[in-house]
Design a protein around this ligand. Sequence first.
Ligand SMILES: O=C(O)CCC(=O)C(=O)O
Ligand SMILES: [Fe+2]
Length: 319
Amino acid sequence: MTVVPIIDINRDPAVVAAELDEVCREIGFFQITSHGIPETLAEAAWNVTRAFFDLPLEHRMAVAMPEPGYPYGYSPLSGESLSRSLGAAGLGDLKESFNAGPFEPPTREYVDPDEASVYVPTPWPDQVLPELRAIWRAYYAEMLKLGRRLMSLFARGLRLPADFFDDKLDASPSSLRALNYPEQNVAPVPGQLRAGEHTDYGMITILRQDDAPGGLEVRSATGQWIGVPSVPDAYVINIGDLLARWTNDQWRSTLHRVVNPGAVPGQATRRQSMPFFYNANWAAVVECLPTCLRPGEGPRYPAVKAGPHLMDKFRSTLV
Ligand SMILES: O=C(O)CCC(=O)C(=O)O
Ligand SMILES: [Fe+2]
């Protein structure tokens, strides 16, 4: 597969599920249309996010992550290196971000003390941009719904009951992130990218992007970097490490990166994207799915709990 396919998900679920299965085995990335996210809400989320990045730096810094390792809030330019998660030396990425966690804590006791760390509050810019919180809350809720729908299609694609993942997703500590990749008026140092190559850690990522030059690229099974063009009103979906692990690596958690725009005379190169990292429940046990073992094959990985596994990965990306 040398392109990232576009899939209309509002068709016969059996047909869609079979297509998703094939794509997840081959490239691990696709775009979806007919996803049901209200366009007005998506636009509002997009625009209020842009307004956030347009705030004076002091207002953005007022909602900065309060300490290294804190998962939510504003992270300024070069504050993170995604390629560090793979052990690379990791120059800071040429992006800034704003990150929000779950809006509600679970209605039960925490499974272990670490679980509380994904329910810590998001610092919101309520004084200067009060609408951000309400719009993100509504958008986050839509992302959760879409995530569940995708996981149900995935379950069918993996020849499991359509509700297989439901009880592993009902208290999903997911995060919504916005990325701003500023204009590049000065050439980056060699090796410095908008976002270094990495795989995502969680279950699935649901991403909205614009069509600015210098965009998302995905590594194919044969090692080529393939661009992911912006398709109006589509979402880019990819499989994270956790879901690949669940499938015993039958599905691919694919390397991707965001490249620099280079010199594009007369064209704006600022880029925005909004990934939603959809995670399994903190205590969901991730172990080789029963349908993912070929005859004579054993599980490649021991069982892990989703939350603690993810936390280890996240901690390794801090600059
Ligand atoms: O901005 C993008 O298109 C991709 C960002 C990304 O891969 C990430 O934040 O994990
Ligand atoms: Fe990513």
